[in-house]
Ligand binder design. Structure first.
Ligand code: ADP
Ligand code: MG
Length: 570
């Protein structure tokens, strides 16, 4: 047998790394272990930024958030079976949110898995991933790594973005091949998310519907934020003169204090509008499925919808004018078709919306003041609002129940993609992963406003924040529990109520344990000082903000989603 000089060889490890680098994937959100420990090391050695987390779910949430922020797939890497399953939650979350992400998991050898012979961390991961993501692939041969990575990238970003699973059996990594042949086998994905132009007759139909409106409304969703078509979206809103409503992660696409923003008149515009132009937003539960009391039923509203996913049309109600294409192209086509003599909506409509907005903002303003101890949601968020006015480049991460609902409506954003929250699922635990991705991908300071319950799902990642010395300030709204901290055990027994935590928990000491700054804040003034200091110093900081335990309400704004027991209430 001829012996081959080792310098002329490459292997699965290096081909995978080279394939990612060729496609400008420069960051991996990782949890090491068999069989991918060395893959992470070699990737780091080859100049990829590899951030190791304490739990795969948060590495995965970071990858999803990175996908949203950058329009490139965020990559999460995990071990087999349990690590894979932990990452899979985040992959499914990214898919649900339409964010591009790739979960790369090591797996056991096919021969053993397929005969179910009981390998270390044995699991048929490909089969399990398939129904929970946009696409799932397995690479068995080193020479297929280039095409496998290319497929994963294209599947993640093209059309409606989503999560892709890439299965890497451990033995693939050790396979060798000729280095020159290996380089030739790599594939650079050209134009991964091509423009998709709307059909001219669909544009004409949409303009017809819009012209017939007396009380039009534009709803901007996180798809519009993702699209990075900021200028054209702004031009569409301003040229049309139509009041707009941003969904939570579309806040800041136009500054929240824009004269056409109708956030503070949400109930009014949903109820009374007659034509609604949806831009990268879905008529799902977050918009009451486009029907019912909130929409002023019975009504004869007409919807125009811009979406890259044709199947999204008519998901809940009839769409009078579907506009299938990417947001940049669709918005530009509408602007062009509006021509030079576009008539802005009647002033009795825009005036009524504006009056309602101003009235509500004024009412809210007085509630945001006050320096009493303990704080309530309004006094604490009055401070956060002020911080974001003064430091508009800061990214806000936000989760919790009451903490989320109040912050969404109180804290204004003035730039696009500065708000990351619980997304389409309304999931808890995204906070630390999102905050880490935001800091890593943008370099901007991050303030994560977290309910104490939400924080509990991801709190160990404060060590990760300290390890990489990231400019993240975690603010825990600590009300001693889930929803409220003053509930009682209804049996009268010794266990605490199901929704309360240890009273006066000192969360700030968790940050101190890893070398970060911990602050115990009982008044709005304390809180304000500490957040500004954290942003300006860029030191990992955790502020334990003490909130009145009686201030919140069950499930925040979505209490109506709780099933009711007729029997228990009898
Ligand atoms: P929100 O929760 O803010 O209402 P959703 O996540 O429900 O937003 O909706 C986002 C929509 O945007 C999805 O239906 C998705 O298909 C669509 N979308 C994502 N990216 C683009 C794009 N580049 N062009 C057009 N539509 C897009
Ligand atoms: Mg709480």
């Amino acid at each position: 047998q001829e012996s081959v000089a080792i310098e002329t060889l490459t292997d699965g490890f290096h081909l995978l790394i080279d394939a990612l680098k060729l496609n400008e994937i420069n960051t991996i959100y990782n949890v090491p272990g068999i069989p991918i420990t060395d893959l992470g090391r070699y990737a780091q050695g080859e100049g990829i930024r590899v951030l190791s987390f304490r739990h795969e779910q948060h590495a995965g949430y970071a990858a999803g958030a990175a996908g949203f922020l950058t329009k490139k797939p965020g990559v999460c890497m995990t071990v087999s079976a349990p690590g894979f399953l932990n990452g899979l939650t985040a992959l499914a979350n990214a898919t649900t949110n339409c964010w591009p992400m790739i979960l790369i998991s090591g797996s056991s050898e096919r021969e053993v898995v397929d005969l179910m012979q009981g390998d270390y961390e044995e699991m048929d991961q490909l089969a399990i991933a398939k129904p929970l993501c946009k696409a799932a692939y397995r690479i068995l041969h080193a020479e297929d790594i280039g095409i496998g990575v290319a497929r994963a990238i294209r599947a993640a970003v093209t059309g409606r973005p989503g999560g892709v699973y890439l299965d890497i059996p451990g033995s693939l990594l050790g396979q060798t091949m000729d280095a020159i042949e290996g380089q030739k086998s790599l594939v650079k994905v050209i134009d991964p998310a091509p423009s998709q132009l709307p059909a001219p007759d669909a544009v004409a139909r949409a303009i017809d519907v819009l012209k017939g409106a007396k009380k039009p409304l534009i709803i901007l969703g996180k798809g519009a934020a993702y699209a990075q078509a900021d200028d054209v979206v702004r031009e569409l809103v301003e040229k049309s003169g139509i009041p707009y409503l941003p969904m939570s992660m579309a806040k800041g696409l136009l500054p929240d204090n824009h004269p056409q923003s109708s956030s503070a008149a949400r109930s009014l515009v949903l109820k009374e509008s007659d034509v609604v132009l949806m831009v990268g937003a879905r008529l799902n539960w977050l918009l009451s499925h486009g029907k019912g009391k909130q929409w002023g039923e019975p009504h004869s509203k007409k919807f125009i919808q811009i979406d890259i996913e044709p199947k999204e049309m008519d998901s809940n109600v009839e769409i009078a004018a579907p506009l299938v294409g990417d947001i940049q192209s669709c918005a530009q086509a509408l602007i062009d078709a509006m021509g030079s003599d576009w008539k802005k909506p009647p002033t009795d409509w825009t005036g009524a919306v504006r009056a309602k907005v101003e009235g509500n903002i004024e009412k809210m303003a007085s509630r945001l003041q006050g320096n009493a101890t303990p704080m309530n949601y309004h006094s604490a968020l009055g401070v956060v609002k002020k911080v974001f006015e003064d430091r508009p480049d800061t990214i806000l991460v936000n989760e919790g129940a009451n903490t989320l609902d109040f912050a969404r409506s109180i804290v204004d954003m003035s730039k696009p993609r500065k708000r990351l929250d619980v997304g389409t699922w309304g999931v808890m635990g995204i906070g630390m992963g999102s905050a880490i991705a935001a800091a890593v991908e943008t370099g901007c300071p991050v303030v994560a406003v977290e309910g104490d319950s939400a924080f509990g799902f991801c709190g160990m990642e404060v060590e990760t924040i300290c390890r990489y010395n990231l400019p993240i300030c975690v603010v825990i709204f600590n009300n001693n529990g889930i929803y409220r901290g003053d509930d009682e055990n209804r049996s009268g027994g010794d266990d605490p109520a199901t929704t309360v935590f240890v009273k006066d928990s000192r969360y700030e000491k968790m940050m101190e344990a890893f070398g970060g700054v911990g602050v115990y804040a009982t008044s709005p003034d304390d809180l304000k000082r500490a957040i500004f200091e954290a942003i300006d110093s860029r030191k990992p900081t955790l502020i334990n903000a003490i909130i009145d335990e009686a201030a919140g309400k069950e499930s925040g704004n979505i209490g109506s989603l709780n099933p009711q027991s007729v029997v228990a209430q009898a």
